[in-house]
Design a binder for this molecule. Structure first.
Ligand code: ZN
Length: 426
């Protein structure tokens, strides 16, 4: 990460980009004007804040057709332009003028010593109108790949290329990042407390602050994650495909697998979706590691999505998901011992195929883990010690095929009415 931050320093490139693409006169006159009016004039001539909450967007639940086979509308913009950035963007008490790139800060709370904790928010406001795309990463503080994706995506953007705006938050859970931990100091998972509450737990307050101050300014959201707890994920978009706009976002990302999921209650993706902001999650790789292949795949998808949304000027590119899964299943371990897999991430598998072996460390007895499904490995545990019930393989079930009847209690956790999310997912 050290090396990455040095070679992709965001601010210098931003300054360079502004001076290269805008006349000095326009830039500096706008900057001076912004500074001059920012505080004294705010009380008398408040600038219009584009707030999707005041636009009364129709509920996504109401708009959802319930069909998973909703066809893509042809050549229609995913996002309406009436919520578009038209001129200056007002965010976190800052003004980001058209055609500028700026780093501002969101205060998420305080350290135990009472020092304010501020997370950087990177904003690129294009020189023409369009939607606002938000990129968020490290809601789980130990998930590093998304941090690099946000920085690099913003680095590569010049305001002159943009119709609309991009807001990137590389580290939402700065508390967890500092301790290389998934969680907040109160041991809660931030991504289970959205949209939050101003009077609730520490996690609920942080979630509320971020949701109200940043997320409500987004017209679309991509939340970046990795697998958790010694697990790795094939790069995959997770999205509620029952909603046409979200389906289009997922398909517009392209190049990776797409998995249908409404999202766990309390996740940023689901909470944003529920107030009318189409949202998807990208899962890619492992926590606590910077994996360049995954980062580059994520960047490709973000770039493709920006073209699809009409944010990036120029020809649209046709992007296609690698595969679409409407159903997934976790295969859990049934024995304690040491897991050794003999399949790879992304590998297609057949029902009856041996996926790995659990070896008892005392008796050296081996127990095979056999897949009850045809499908593809979307996520898996790294080789490690396990106890019964540990989520070992996340399988994307092959489409157009009825649910398998070979599922047994030896291989799969007891079925619940609720989806079988693994601990610590998303
Ligand atoms: Zn995560």
């Amino acid at each position: 990460m050290e090396e990455h931050i040095k070679t992709h320093s965001w601010l210098p490139q931003g300054i360079k980009g502004r001076t290269r693409h805008l006349p000095y006169r326009l830039f500096f006159s706008h900057l001076l004007l912004s500074l001059a009016i920012a505080l004294p004039a705010a009380a008398t001539t408040p600038q219009k804040v584009v707030d999707p909450r005041t636009q009364a967007p129709p509920s996504l639940k109401q708009m959802a057709t319930g069909s998973q086979e909703t066809p893509l509308p042809e050549e229609e913009p995913i996002l309406k332009k009436d919520t578009a950035t038209k001129s200056s963007l007002q965010l976190l008490k800052e003004t980001i003028g058209p055609g500028t790139k700026k780093r501002i800060f969101w205060n998420l709370g305080y350290t135990f010593e009472g020092v304010p904790v501020s997370a950087p928010v990177l904003v690129v406001n294009g020189d023409s109108a369009g939607p606002t795309l938000c990129l968020t990463a490290a809601l789980h503080g130990d998930e590093i790949n998304g941090i690099a994706m946000v920085h690099r995506a913003i680095d590569d953007l010049e305001p002159g290329q943009l119709s609309g705006a991009v807001i990137g938050v590389p580290i939402v859970n700065l508390y967890g990042y500092r301790r290389s931990s998934r969680y907040l100091p109160d041991r809660r998972d931030l991504n289970r407390h959205f949209p939050g509450s101003p009077h609730g737990s520490s996690a609920a307050r942080i979630a509320h602050s971020f949701f109200q101050q940043v997320i409500t300014h987004c017209d679309a959201l991509v939340d970046l994650h990795t697998g958790s707890f010694h697990r790795t994920n094939l790069p995959q978009v997770r999205a509620d495909l029952s909603h046409p706009k979200i389906l289009e976002l997922a398909y517009g990302f392209g190049g990776v697998a797409v998995v249908h999921s409404e999202g766990i209650s309390g996740t940023l993706r689901r909470a944003a979706t529920e107030i009318g902001i189409p949202s998807i999650t990208l899962e890619a790789g492992e926590p606590k590691r910077l994996q360049l292949r995954e980062v580059n795949q994520g960047l490709k998808g973000i770039n493709s999505l920006m073209k699809k949304l009409g944010l990036l000027k120029g020809a649209k590119t046709e992007s296609v998901p690698k595969a679409v899964f409407h159903q997934t299943k976790w295969i859990r371990t049934h024995r304690a011992g040491i897991l050794l897999s003999n399949v790879q991430l992304g590998e297609p598998i057949k029902a009856g195929q041996q996926l790995g072996i659990i070896t008892d460390p005392i008796t050296n007895q081996e127990t095979a883990i056999v897949s009850p499904y045809d499908g593809r490995i979307l996520g898996m545990a790294l080789n490690q010690v396990t106890i019964p019930g540990y989520a070992a393989y996340h399988i994307g079930i092959k489409a157009n095929k009825p649910r398998t009847t070979e599922e047994t209690s030896d291989h799969v956790a007891a079925k619940h009415k609720a989806p079988d999310y693994s601990d610590g997912e998303e």
